[in-house]
Design a protein around this ligand. Structure first.
Ligand code: IPE
Ligand code: IPE
Ligand code: MG
Length: 253
């Protein structure tokens, strides 16, 4: 029995976020240049997007390029940007066939003009797709996102559109790029690194974290199902005691 059959379809997470890591190491292990790892990571993106859409996950957010990644060697950044442009075109078929809507979060305007325009085109092209939202985090960092949110809230306060006393958690959530998205219940990181790397710091406040040693280009549907099965075994307490949680679960039955 594969992991897919072990998934409880009634308790699926609504939102799964993934830090797709390990492309460089995957290539290095094979004596290849890092960028070959990035090219081979596209298959994993397609697999996971299809698997998530088939299951009925509402939001899948993929960390594809961080603000900090701009500091990588110029050649690698250029190839990554070109790959992004190429992938938007080549994967349009996957988005259409699976009724997936593409969205993006991050400092999008900092992307190369051609890539930025193609991204906007793909977002527009898929805006009526209903099955799943595929959110690409591009030139994204959580610190950047929070700074932008604070600036906008301060501007509103200055213009008397909002009073400082009215600022609460939902006001902050509603000024993040992820406005309207449920917070991810599950965060997956590949390549065995135990860190968040400036990803969705606010939104991940109570997410379950699943870390696998598998390098991103090797990640397949089965690995994704395994992460969900693992997630479903966890007890999510949200600060309460284990007894309170099981009492509540019994009442729901
Ligand atoms: C993740 O793989 C892809 C991006 C960050 C763009 P890496 O390129 O970080 O691969 P490693 O971590 O060096 O192996
Ligand atoms: C995080 O991976 C960013 C993406 C996956 C896009 P990195 O490889 O950049 O993270 P660090 O530098 O190891 O924390
Ligand atoms: Mg990395």
């Amino acid at each position: 029995m594969g992991f897919k059959d072990k998934i409880d379809m009634k308790r699926l997470p609504r939102h799964i976020a993934i830090i797709m890591d390990g492309n460089g190491r995957w290539a290095k292990q094979r004596g290849l240049v890092r960028t070959v790892g990035h090219e081979n990571g596209i298959v994993a993106v397609r697999e996971v997007a299809e698997a998530a859409a088939e299951l009925g996950i509402e939001y899948l957010t993929l960390y594809a390029f961080s603000v900090e990644n701009w500091k990588r060697p110029q050649r690698e950044v250029e190839i990554l940007m070109k790959l992004l442009l190429k992938t938007i075109d080549s994967e349009m078929k996957t988005l259409k066939e699976n009724d997936i809507r593409l969205l993006a979060i991050g400092n999008l305007i900092s992307l190369q003009k051609k890539t930025y325009e193609r991204l906007l085109w793909a977002i527009e092209e898929t805006k009526n797709h209903k099955r799943m939202n595929l959110v690409l985090a591009l030139s994204y960092s959580s610190h950047y996102e929070i700074v932008e949110a604070v600036k906008e809230i301060a501007r509103k306060a200055k213009q008397n559109e909002l009073s400082p006393e009215d600022i609460n958690e939902s006001v902050i959530s509603n000024h993040l790029f992820t406005k309207g998205f449920p917070d991810p219940e599950l965060l997956i990181r590949t390549s065995g690194e135990f860190r968040i790397s400036n990803f969705l710091l606010w939104q991940l406040a109570y997410s379950e974290i699943y870390i696998t040693p598998i390098l991103w280009p090797d990640f397949r549907k089965e690995n994704f199902y395994e992460a969900i099965v693992n997630f479903q075994k966890r007890e999510r307490r949200f600060g309460k005691t284990s007894e309170q949680v099981s009492e509540n679960a019994n009442k729901m039955k």
